[in-house]
Design a protein around this ligand. Structure first.
Ligand code: FES
Length: 109
């Protein structure tokens, strides 16, 4: 397991990107925080393959209900990574399995 951040590094309801601990993976890992839970996804939109964010750590809609791809506006459920609206509705972000121990977030490998 690779430690990538603390749960408290991410504001509740927000998301941040971290380098993937696997050197063969060139995309970052998005970590979304919901209370004490975190959810991890590869930062790659299933529509056209861009990063979701166009500015550093800008992933969430204003109401923090969804992750948004800023390229064409696809919306993703934070808890599942499923696209619920936009050009790739029904597609999913690639999961990154995370584990939390004592407030530390690890990528499970
Ligand atoms: S690349 Fe994400 S919505 Fe088009």
């Amino acid at each position: 397991m690779s430690h990538i951040c603390m749960v408290t590094d991410i504001q509740d309801g927000q998301a941040k990107a971290y380098p993937h601990p696997n050197p063969n993976q060139d995309r970052t890992v998005i970590v979304v925080r919901r209370g004490l839970n975190v959810y991890g996804y590869i930062n790659r939109c299933p529509h056209a393959g861009t990063d979701l964010n166009w500015q550093e750590d800008q992933f969430m809609t204003d109401d923090q209900a969804y992750l948004m791809c800023f390229t064409h506006g696809a919306l993703f459920e934070p808890e599942t990574g499923t696209c619920v609206a936009g050009p790739c509705a029904g597609a999913k972000l690639s999961d990154v399995t995370l584990e939390v121990e004592n407030g530390k977030v690890f990528v499970a490998e």
